[in-house]
Design a protein around this ligand. Structure first.
Ligand code: ADP
Ligand code: MG
Length: 447
Protein backbone atom coordinates (compact mmCIF):
# COMPACT_ATOMS: atom_id res chain seq x y z
CA UNK A 1 0.00 0.00 0.00
CA UNK A 2 2.68 2.47 1.10
CA UNK A 3 4.81 1.40 -1.78
CA UNK A 4 2.11 2.11 -4.25
CA UNK A 5 1.68 5.62 -2.83
CA UNK A 6 5.43 6.15 -3.12
CA UNK A 7 5.32 4.83 -6.66
CA UNK A 8 2.49 7.14 -7.55
CA UNK A 9 4.34 10.15 -6.12
CA UNK A 10 7.42 9.19 -8.08
CA UNK A 11 5.45 8.87 -11.25
CA UNK A 12 3.73 12.24 -10.78
CA UNK A 13 7.06 13.86 -10.03
CA UNK A 14 8.70 12.39 -13.13
CA UNK A 15 5.88 13.64 -15.31
CA UNK A 16 6.05 17.03 -13.64
CA UNK A 17 9.78 17.28 -14.18
CA UNK A 18 9.38 16.31 -17.82
CA UNK A 19 6.86 19.12 -18.18
CA UNK A 20 9.12 21.65 -16.50
CA UNK A 21 12.06 20.56 -18.62
CA UNK A 22 10.17 21.64 -21.69
CA UNK A 23 9.46 25.04 -20.16
CA UNK A 24 12.84 26.22 -18.94
CA UNK A 25 16.42 26.19 -20.21
CA UNK A 26 18.58 23.07 -19.79
CA UNK A 27 21.04 25.01 -17.62
CA UNK A 28 18.36 26.23 -15.26
CA UNK A 29 16.82 22.80 -15.10
CA UNK A 30 20.12 21.21 -14.16
CA UNK A 31 20.92 23.90 -11.58
CA UNK A 32 17.57 23.92 -9.79
CA UNK A 33 15.60 20.79 -10.48
CA UNK A 34 18.03 17.90 -10.71
CA UNK A 35 18.18 17.43 -6.95
CA UNK A 36 14.63 18.16 -5.93
CA UNK A 37 12.29 15.49 -4.61
CA UNK A 38 8.58 15.44 -4.23
CA UNK A 39 7.98 14.09 -0.73
CA UNK A 40 4.24 14.13 -0.40
CA UNK A 41 1.02 15.66 -1.56
CA UNK A 42 -1.44 16.37 1.18
CA UNK A 43 -4.70 18.16 0.47
CA UNK A 44 -3.66 20.91 -1.88
CA UNK A 45 -0.09 21.20 -0.64
CA UNK A 46 2.93 19.68 -2.36
CA UNK A 47 5.95 19.18 -0.12
CA UNK A 48 9.28 19.22 -1.91
CA UNK A 49 12.79 18.77 -0.59
CA UNK A 50 15.82 20.69 -1.81
CA UNK A 51 19.53 20.01 -1.22
CA UNK A 52 20.41 23.44 0.19
CA UNK A 53 18.91 26.64 1.39
CA UNK A 54 20.24 28.37 -1.69
CA UNK A 55 18.39 25.99 -4.01
CA UNK A 56 15.33 26.08 -1.82
CA UNK A 57 15.07 29.87 -1.88
CA UNK A 58 15.72 30.20 -5.55
CA UNK A 59 13.29 27.51 -6.53
CA UNK A 60 10.66 28.90 -4.20
CA UNK A 61 10.94 32.38 -5.55
CA UNK A 62 11.40 31.62 -9.17
CA UNK A 63 9.66 28.38 -9.84
CA UNK A 64 7.03 27.63 -7.22
CA UNK A 65 4.31 28.67 -9.67
CA UNK A 66 5.87 26.64 -12.48
CA UNK A 67 5.97 23.57 -10.24
CA UNK A 68 2.39 24.04 -9.12
CA UNK A 69 1.25 24.47 -12.69
CA UNK A 70 3.10 21.36 -13.87
CA UNK A 71 1.76 19.29 -10.97
CA UNK A 72 -1.75 20.45 -11.75
CA UNK A 73 -1.26 19.58 -15.39
CA UNK A 74 -0.47 16.05 -14.17
CA UNK A 75 -3.83 15.82 -12.49
CA UNK A 76 -3.06 17.20 -9.01
CA UNK A 77 -4.93 20.06 -7.43
CA UNK A 78 -2.17 22.03 -5.83
CA UNK A 79 -2.57 25.48 -4.36
CA UNK A 80 0.57 25.58 -2.37
CA UNK A 81 4.16 24.44 -2.89
CA UNK A 82 6.32 24.07 0.21
CA UNK A 83 10.01 23.59 -0.31
CA UNK A 84 12.36 22.56 2.48
CA UNK A 85 15.99 21.59 2.86
CA UNK A 86 16.48 17.84 3.08
CA UNK A 87 18.54 15.52 5.19
CA UNK A 88 21.70 14.75 3.20
CA UNK A 89 21.61 11.08 4.23
CA UNK A 90 18.08 10.65 3.11
CA UNK A 91 17.09 13.08 0.39
CA UNK A 92 13.48 12.04 0.50
CA UNK A 93 12.84 13.43 3.96
CA UNK A 94 13.17 16.92 5.24
CA UNK A 95 16.21 17.43 7.49
CA UNK A 96 15.26 17.24 11.14
CA UNK A 97 17.44 20.21 11.90
CA UNK A 98 15.47 22.23 9.39
CA UNK A 99 12.04 21.13 10.45
CA UNK A 100 11.85 23.43 13.43
CA UNK A 101 12.54 26.35 11.14
CA UNK A 102 9.74 25.47 8.80
CA UNK A 103 7.34 27.96 10.20
CA UNK A 104 9.73 30.74 9.46
CA UNK A 105 11.10 29.63 6.16
CA UNK A 106 8.40 27.77 4.33
CA UNK A 107 7.31 29.91 1.45
CA UNK A 108 4.35 29.17 -0.68
CA UNK A 109 2.87 30.53 -3.80
CA UNK A 110 -0.68 31.18 -4.64
CA UNK A 111 -1.93 29.48 -7.73
CA UNK A 112 -4.42 31.45 -9.76
CA UNK A 113 -8.06 30.78 -9.04
CA UNK A 114 -9.59 28.87 -11.93
CA UNK A 115 -12.88 30.73 -11.63
CA UNK A 116 -11.34 34.20 -11.83
CA UNK A 117 -11.31 34.62 -15.60
CA UNK A 118 -12.58 37.37 -17.88
CA UNK A 119 -15.22 34.96 -19.11
CA UNK A 120 -16.63 34.62 -15.62
CA UNK A 121 -16.53 38.34 -14.94
CA UNK A 122 -19.92 39.98 -15.37
CA UNK A 123 -19.65 43.51 -16.64
CA UNK A 124 -21.98 46.30 -15.60
CA UNK A 125 -21.86 50.05 -15.18
CA UNK A 126 -19.95 49.97 -11.87
CA UNK A 127 -17.04 47.92 -13.22
CA UNK A 128 -17.05 48.44 -16.98
CA UNK A 129 -14.15 50.87 -16.93
CA UNK A 130 -11.92 48.71 -14.77
CA UNK A 131 -12.84 45.70 -16.89
CA UNK A 132 -11.98 47.50 -20.13
CA UNK A 133 -8.66 48.70 -18.72
CA UNK A 134 -7.76 45.22 -17.46
CA UNK A 135 -8.68 43.68 -20.79
CA UNK A 136 -6.59 46.24 -22.66
CA UNK A 137 -3.53 45.56 -20.51
CA UNK A 138 -3.99 41.80 -20.82
CA UNK A 139 -4.21 41.94 -24.59
CA UNK A 140 -1.40 44.31 -25.40
CA UNK A 141 2.17 43.27 -26.11
CA UNK A 142 3.82 46.25 -24.51
CA UNK A 143 2.70 48.26 -21.51
CA UNK A 144 -0.10 50.63 -22.41
CA UNK A 145 -0.67 52.21 -19.05
CA UNK A 146 2.00 51.77 -16.46
CA UNK A 147 1.04 51.01 -13.83
CA UNK A 148 -2.56 49.96 -14.15
CA UNK A 149 -3.95 50.78 -10.75
CA UNK A 150 -7.26 49.11 -9.87
CA UNK A 151 -9.03 50.25 -6.76
CA UNK A 152 -12.35 49.75 -5.04
CA UNK A 153 -14.02 48.46 -1.90
CA UNK A 154 -13.68 44.97 -0.56
CA UNK A 155 -15.29 42.11 -2.47
CA UNK A 156 -15.92 44.05 -5.67
CA UNK A 157 -13.70 42.08 -8.04
CA UNK A 158 -10.15 43.50 -7.90
CA UNK A 159 -8.47 40.15 -7.31
CA UNK A 160 -10.76 38.52 -9.85
CA UNK A 161 -9.66 41.02 -12.52
CA UNK A 162 -5.98 40.58 -11.70
CA UNK A 163 -6.20 36.81 -11.96
CA UNK A 164 -8.14 37.24 -15.19
CA UNK A 165 -5.28 39.30 -16.62
CA UNK A 166 -2.83 36.59 -15.52
CA UNK A 167 -4.90 33.82 -17.11
CA UNK A 168 -5.16 35.75 -20.31
CA UNK A 169 -1.41 36.33 -20.45
CA UNK A 170 -0.75 32.66 -19.70
CA UNK A 171 -2.87 31.69 -22.67
CA UNK A 172 -1.98 34.30 -25.23
CA UNK A 173 1.68 34.94 -24.29
CA UNK A 174 2.89 31.77 -22.59
CA UNK A 175 6.51 32.90 -22.91
CA UNK A 176 5.89 35.92 -20.70
CA UNK A 177 6.97 35.63 -17.07
CA UNK A 178 4.56 37.13 -14.63
CA UNK A 179 4.34 37.26 -10.91
CA UNK A 180 1.15 37.73 -9.01
CA UNK A 181 1.40 38.20 -5.28
CA UNK A 182 -0.27 39.99 -2.43
CA UNK A 183 1.45 43.00 -0.94
CA UNK A 184 1.75 41.02 2.27
CA UNK A 185 3.62 38.30 0.46
CA UNK A 186 5.85 40.91 -1.16
CA UNK A 187 6.75 42.25 2.28
CA UNK A 188 7.24 38.77 3.66
CA UNK A 189 9.69 37.86 0.92
CA UNK A 190 11.50 41.15 1.28
CA UNK A 191 11.88 40.88 5.03
CA UNK A 192 12.95 37.28 4.67
CA UNK A 193 15.63 38.29 2.19
CA UNK A 194 16.95 40.86 4.67
CA UNK A 195 17.02 38.31 7.42
CA UNK A 196 18.99 35.86 5.32
CA UNK A 197 21.10 38.61 3.79
CA UNK A 198 19.94 37.45 0.43
CA UNK A 199 18.59 40.63 -1.08
CA UNK A 200 20.11 39.67 -4.40
CA UNK A 201 17.75 36.79 -5.10
CA UNK A 202 14.85 38.95 -4.06
CA UNK A 203 15.80 41.57 -6.63
CA UNK A 204 16.60 38.88 -9.15
CA UNK A 205 13.15 37.39 -8.86
CA UNK A 206 11.48 40.62 -9.92
CA UNK A 207 14.06 41.67 -12.43
CA UNK A 208 13.14 38.80 -14.72
CA UNK A 209 9.43 39.34 -14.94
CA UNK A 210 7.47 40.87 -17.80
CA UNK A 211 4.38 41.52 -15.74
CA UNK A 212 4.33 42.18 -12.01
CA UNK A 213 1.01 42.19 -10.19
CA UNK A 214 0.73 43.15 -6.57
CA UNK A 215 -2.64 42.88 -4.90
CA UNK A 216 -3.80 45.06 -1.99
CA UNK A 217 -0.86 47.48 -1.96
CA UNK A 218 -2.50 49.48 0.82
CA UNK A 219 -0.73 47.03 3.14
CA UNK A 220 2.66 48.35 2.10
CA UNK A 221 1.82 51.74 3.62
CA UNK A 222 3.73 52.61 6.76
CA UNK A 223 6.52 50.06 6.28
CA UNK A 224 9.35 52.33 5.27
CA UNK A 225 12.00 49.89 4.12
CA UNK A 226 9.49 47.82 2.18
CA UNK A 227 8.16 50.96 0.55
CA UNK A 228 11.65 51.92 -0.42
CA UNK A 229 12.31 48.51 -1.97
CA UNK A 230 8.94 48.53 -3.65
CA UNK A 231 9.68 51.95 -5.10
CA UNK A 232 13.00 50.77 -6.55
CA UNK A 233 11.58 47.57 -7.94
CA UNK A 234 8.75 49.56 -9.41
CA UNK A 235 11.00 52.14 -11.09
CA UNK A 236 13.33 49.55 -12.45
CA UNK A 237 10.55 47.55 -14.03
CA UNK A 238 8.87 50.60 -15.51
CA UNK A 239 12.19 51.81 -16.90
CA UNK A 240 12.63 48.42 -18.53
CA UNK A 241 9.21 48.65 -20.07
CA UNK A 242 7.65 45.90 -17.99
CA UNK A 243 3.98 46.01 -17.12
CA UNK A 244 2.94 46.63 -13.53
CA UNK A 245 -0.57 46.07 -12.24
CA UNK A 246 -1.58 47.03 -8.74
CA UNK A 247 -4.73 46.95 -6.70
CA UNK A 248 -5.77 48.69 -3.52
CA UNK A 249 -8.83 49.62 -1.55
CA UNK A 250 -8.23 53.32 -2.14
CA UNK A 251 -6.95 55.57 -4.92
CA UNK A 252 -3.17 56.26 -4.90
CA UNK A 253 -3.71 59.74 -3.50
CA UNK A 254 -5.73 58.38 -0.58
CA UNK A 255 -3.37 55.60 0.49
CA UNK A 256 -2.49 56.01 4.15
CA UNK A 257 1.12 55.98 5.28
CA UNK A 258 2.45 55.99 1.74
CA UNK A 259 5.25 58.34 0.82
CA UNK A 260 4.24 61.24 -1.39
CA UNK A 261 6.65 60.38 -4.19
CA UNK A 262 5.34 56.83 -4.26
CA UNK A 263 1.72 57.98 -4.27
CA UNK A 264 2.32 60.26 -7.19
CA UNK A 265 4.29 57.61 -9.03
CA UNK A 266 1.46 55.09 -8.60
CA UNK A 267 -0.94 57.48 -10.25
CA UNK A 268 1.14 57.96 -13.39
CA UNK A 269 -0.43 55.23 -15.42
CA UNK A 270 -4.12 54.54 -15.49
CA UNK A 271 -6.17 54.62 -12.32
CA UNK A 272 -9.40 52.68 -12.70
CA UNK A 273 -11.92 52.40 -9.93
CA UNK A 274 -14.58 49.78 -9.36
CA UNK A 275 -17.74 51.35 -8.00
CA UNK A 276 -20.10 49.76 -5.53
CA UNK A 277 -22.48 47.37 -7.26
CA UNK A 278 -25.92 48.28 -8.53
CA UNK A 279 -29.00 46.09 -8.69
CA UNK A 280 -28.56 45.09 -12.35
CA UNK A 281 -24.98 43.96 -11.84
CA UNK A 282 -25.84 42.00 -8.73
CA UNK A 283 -28.69 40.27 -10.53
CA UNK A 284 -26.50 39.56 -13.57
CA UNK A 285 -23.84 37.98 -11.37
CA UNK A 286 -26.35 35.88 -9.47
CA UNK A 287 -28.01 34.67 -12.66
CA UNK A 288 -24.66 33.65 -14.05
CA UNK A 289 -23.70 31.84 -10.81
CA UNK A 290 -27.13 30.23 -10.54
CA UNK A 291 -26.71 28.60 -13.94
CA UNK A 292 -23.72 26.71 -12.56
CA UNK A 293 -25.74 25.09 -9.78
CA UNK A 294 -27.62 21.89 -10.48
CA UNK A 295 -30.66 22.92 -8.46
CA UNK A 296 -33.35 25.22 -9.87
CA UNK A 297 -33.27 28.70 -8.41
CA UNK A 298 -36.31 30.81 -9.31
CA UNK A 299 -35.50 34.22 -10.77
CA UNK A 300 -37.62 35.96 -8.13
CA UNK A 301 -35.28 34.58 -5.45
CA UNK A 302 -32.29 35.97 -7.35
CA UNK A 303 -34.09 39.31 -7.62
CA UNK A 304 -34.80 39.20 -3.91
CA UNK A 305 -31.15 38.54 -3.03
CA UNK A 306 -29.90 41.24 -5.42
CA UNK A 307 -32.27 43.71 -3.88
CA UNK A 308 -31.40 42.88 -0.28
CA UNK A 309 -27.71 42.07 -0.28
CA UNK A 310 -26.00 45.23 -1.40
CA UNK A 311 -22.73 45.14 0.53
CA UNK A 312 -20.47 43.34 -1.94
CA UNK A 313 -20.23 40.50 -4.40
CA UNK A 314 -18.42 38.11 -2.11
CA UNK A 315 -21.27 38.31 0.36
CA UNK A 316 -23.83 37.97 -2.41
CA UNK A 317 -22.16 34.81 -3.71
CA UNK A 318 -21.92 33.46 -0.18
CA UNK A 319 -25.64 34.04 0.29
CA UNK A 320 -26.51 32.13 -2.86
CA UNK A 321 -24.26 29.26 -1.84
CA UNK A 322 -25.85 29.09 1.58
CA UNK A 323 -29.34 28.96 0.13
CA UNK A 324 -28.33 26.25 -2.34
CA UNK A 325 -26.53 24.23 0.32
CA UNK A 326 -29.52 24.42 2.62
CA UNK A 327 -31.98 23.40 -0.07
CA UNK A 328 -29.79 20.50 -1.14
CA UNK A 329 -29.28 19.22 2.38
CA UNK A 330 -32.86 19.52 3.48
CA UNK A 331 -34.23 18.56 0.10
CA UNK A 332 -36.51 21.57 -0.05
CA UNK A 333 -37.14 23.83 -3.02
CA UNK A 334 -35.84 27.37 -3.07
CA UNK A 335 -38.33 30.14 -2.37
CA UNK A 336 -38.10 33.73 -1.15
CA UNK A 337 -39.45 32.70 2.25
CA UNK A 338 -36.92 29.94 2.59
CA UNK A 339 -34.06 32.25 1.51
CA UNK A 340 -35.01 34.99 3.93
CA UNK A 341 -35.18 32.43 6.69
CA UNK A 342 -31.79 30.88 5.91
CA UNK A 343 -30.14 34.29 5.50
CA UNK A 344 -31.77 36.06 8.40
CA UNK A 345 -28.51 37.26 9.96
CA UNK A 346 -27.02 38.39 6.67
CA UNK A 347 -30.15 40.25 5.62
CA UNK A 348 -30.20 42.03 8.93
CA UNK A 349 -26.60 43.19 8.63
CA UNK A 350 -27.20 44.43 5.10
CA UNK A 351 -30.34 46.16 6.16
CA UNK A 352 -28.55 48.06 8.89
CA UNK A 353 -27.28 50.58 6.41
CA UNK A 354 -30.64 51.40 4.89
CA UNK A 355 -33.15 52.70 7.37
CA UNK A 356 -36.62 54.02 6.78
CA UNK A 357 -35.39 57.40 7.90
CA UNK A 358 -32.62 57.39 5.29
CA UNK A 359 -35.04 56.47 2.51
CA UNK A 360 -37.49 59.18 3.50
CA UNK A 361 -34.79 61.81 3.76
CA UNK A 362 -33.29 60.94 0.38
CA UNK A 363 -36.67 60.86 -1.33
CA UNK A 364 -37.56 64.28 0.11
CA UNK A 365 -34.25 65.71 -1.06
CA UNK A 366 -34.71 64.20 -4.49
CA UNK A 367 -38.28 65.43 -5.00
CA UNK A 368 -37.63 68.59 -3.09
CA UNK A 369 -40.50 68.22 -0.63
CA UNK A 370 -40.78 68.42 3.14
CA UNK A 371 -40.64 65.35 5.37
CA UNK A 372 -43.95 66.35 6.97
CA UNK A 373 -45.56 66.30 3.51
CA UNK A 374 -44.28 62.81 2.87
CA UNK A 375 -45.98 61.44 5.97
CA UNK A 376 -49.11 63.59 5.54
CA UNK A 377 -52.31 62.67 3.70
CA UNK A 378 -51.84 65.35 1.03
CA UNK A 379 -52.77 64.12 -2.44
CA UNK A 380 -50.94 66.75 -4.45
CA UNK A 381 -49.38 64.87 -7.40
CA UNK A 382 -45.71 65.62 -6.66
CA UNK A 383 -46.16 64.66 -3.02
CA UNK A 384 -48.16 61.52 -3.80
CA UNK A 385 -45.51 60.37 -6.28
CA UNK A 386 -42.70 60.92 -3.77
CA UNK A 387 -44.68 59.03 -1.13
CA UNK A 388 -45.28 56.10 -3.48
CA UNK A 389 -41.61 55.99 -4.37
CA UNK A 390 -40.54 56.10 -0.72
CA UNK A 391 -42.90 53.25 0.16
CA UNK A 392 -41.72 51.24 -2.81
CA UNK A 393 -38.08 51.73 -1.84
CA UNK A 394 -38.82 50.82 1.76
CA UNK A 395 -40.36 47.58 0.52
CA UNK A 396 -37.42 46.82 -1.76
CA UNK A 397 -34.51 47.95 0.34
CA UNK A 398 -35.50 47.01 3.86
CA UNK A 399 -36.93 43.85 5.39
CA UNK A 400 -39.80 45.77 6.99
CA UNK A 401 -43.31 44.37 6.71
CA UNK A 402 -46.07 46.22 4.85
CA UNK A 403 -47.89 47.31 8.05
CA UNK A 404 -44.55 48.53 9.47
CA UNK A 405 -43.89 50.59 6.37
CA UNK A 406 -47.42 52.01 6.46
CA UNK A 407 -46.92 53.06 10.07
CA UNK A 408 -43.73 54.97 9.22
CA UNK A 409 -45.75 57.12 6.83
CA UNK A 410 -48.03 58.69 9.38
CA UNK A 411 -50.01 55.58 10.26
CA UNK A 412 -51.14 54.41 6.85
CA UNK A 413 -52.70 51.06 6.10
CA UNK A 414 -50.78 48.17 4.56
CA UNK A 415 -53.09 48.26 1.53
CA UNK A 416 -51.89 51.81 0.85
CA UNK A 417 -48.36 50.46 0.66
CA UNK A 418 -49.42 47.67 -1.71
CA UNK A 419 -51.10 50.27 -3.92
CA UNK A 420 -47.96 52.46 -3.88
CA UNK A 421 -45.71 49.57 -4.87
CA UNK A 422 -48.04 48.64 -7.73
CA UNK A 423 -48.21 52.24 -8.96
CA UNK A 424 -44.42 52.58 -8.97
CA UNK A 425 -43.99 49.30 -10.85
CA UNK A 426 -46.43 50.54 -13.50
CA UNK A 427 -44.57 53.81 -13.81
CA UNK A 428 -41.23 52.04 -14.17
CA UNK A 429 -42.63 50.03 -17.06
CA UNK A 430 -44.20 53.02 -18.81
CA UNK A 431 -41.94 55.97 -18.13
CA UNK A 432 -38.24 55.74 -18.94
CA UNK A 433 -37.36 58.99 -17.25
CA UNK A 434 -39.13 57.90 -14.09
CA UNK A 435 -37.26 54.59 -14.18
CA UNK A 436 -33.90 56.32 -14.58
CA UNK A 437 -34.65 58.74 -11.76
CA UNK A 438 -35.60 55.87 -9.53
CA UNK A 439 -32.35 54.13 -10.34
CA UNK A 440 -30.33 57.23 -9.44
CA UNK A 441 -32.28 57.62 -6.24
CA UNK A 442 -31.77 53.96 -5.30
CA UNK A 443 -28.07 54.30 -5.88
CA UNK A 444 -27.82 57.37 -3.72
CA UNK A 445 -29.55 55.50 -0.91
CA UNK A 446 -27.47 52.35 -1.24
CA UNK A 447 -24.08 54.03 -1.29
P1 ADP B 1 -11.72 42.06 -4.08
O1 ADP B 1 -10.38 41.56 -4.47
O2 ADP B 1 -12.06 43.37 -4.74
O3 ADP B 1 -11.93 42.13 -2.60
P2 ADP B 1 -12.63 39.65 -5.35
O4 ADP B 1 -11.99 39.84 -6.66
O5 ADP B 1 -12.00 38.67 -4.43
O6 ADP B 1 -12.82 41.04 -4.61
O7 ADP B 1 -14.17 39.26 -5.59
C1 ADP B 1 -14.99 38.69 -4.57
C2 ADP B 1 -15.85 37.60 -5.18
O8 ADP B 1 -16.81 38.18 -6.05
C3 ADP B 1 -15.08 36.60 -6.01
O9 ADP B 1 -15.59 35.32 -5.81
C4 ADP B 1 -15.31 37.05 -7.44
O10 ADP B 1 -15.27 36.00 -8.35
C5 ADP B 1 -16.69 37.64 -7.36
N1 ADP B 1 -16.87 38.73 -8.33
C6 ADP B 1 -16.48 40.01 -8.19
N2 ADP B 1 -16.82 40.75 -9.27
C7 ADP B 1 -17.43 39.91 -10.12
C8 ADP B 1 -18.02 40.07 -11.41
N3 ADP B 1 -18.07 41.26 -12.02
N4 ADP B 1 -18.56 38.98 -12.00
C9 ADP B 1 -18.55 37.78 -11.37
N5 ADP B 1 -18.02 37.56 -10.16
C10 ADP B 1 -17.47 38.60 -9.51
MG1 MG C 1 -8.77 41.00 -3.28
Amino acid sequence: MLDSVAEKIKQIWNETLADIKREISAGDYEAWFSKLHLIEIKDDIAKISAPSKHVKDNVTWRYADVIAKALNACGCQINCVNIDVYDSNNPETVAKSEEGKNNKTVAETTVLDKKFTFKNFIVGKPNEFAYAAAMRVAESDTPVFNPLFLYGGVGLGKTHLMHAIAWHIKESHPQKRFIYLSAEKFMYLFIKSLRYKDAMSFKEMFRNVDVLMIDDVQFIGGKDTTQEEFFHTFNELVDNNRQIILSADKSPADLDGMEERLKSRLGWGLVADIHPTNYELRLGILQSKARKHKIKIPNEVLEFLSMKITSNIRELEGALNRVVAHATLVGSSITIDMASDVLRDLLRSNEKYITMDLIQRKVCEFYNIKLTDLTSTKRHKAIATARHVAMYLAKQLTAKSLPDIGRSFGGKDHSTVIHAVKKVKENIAMDREFATNLEILTKSIEN
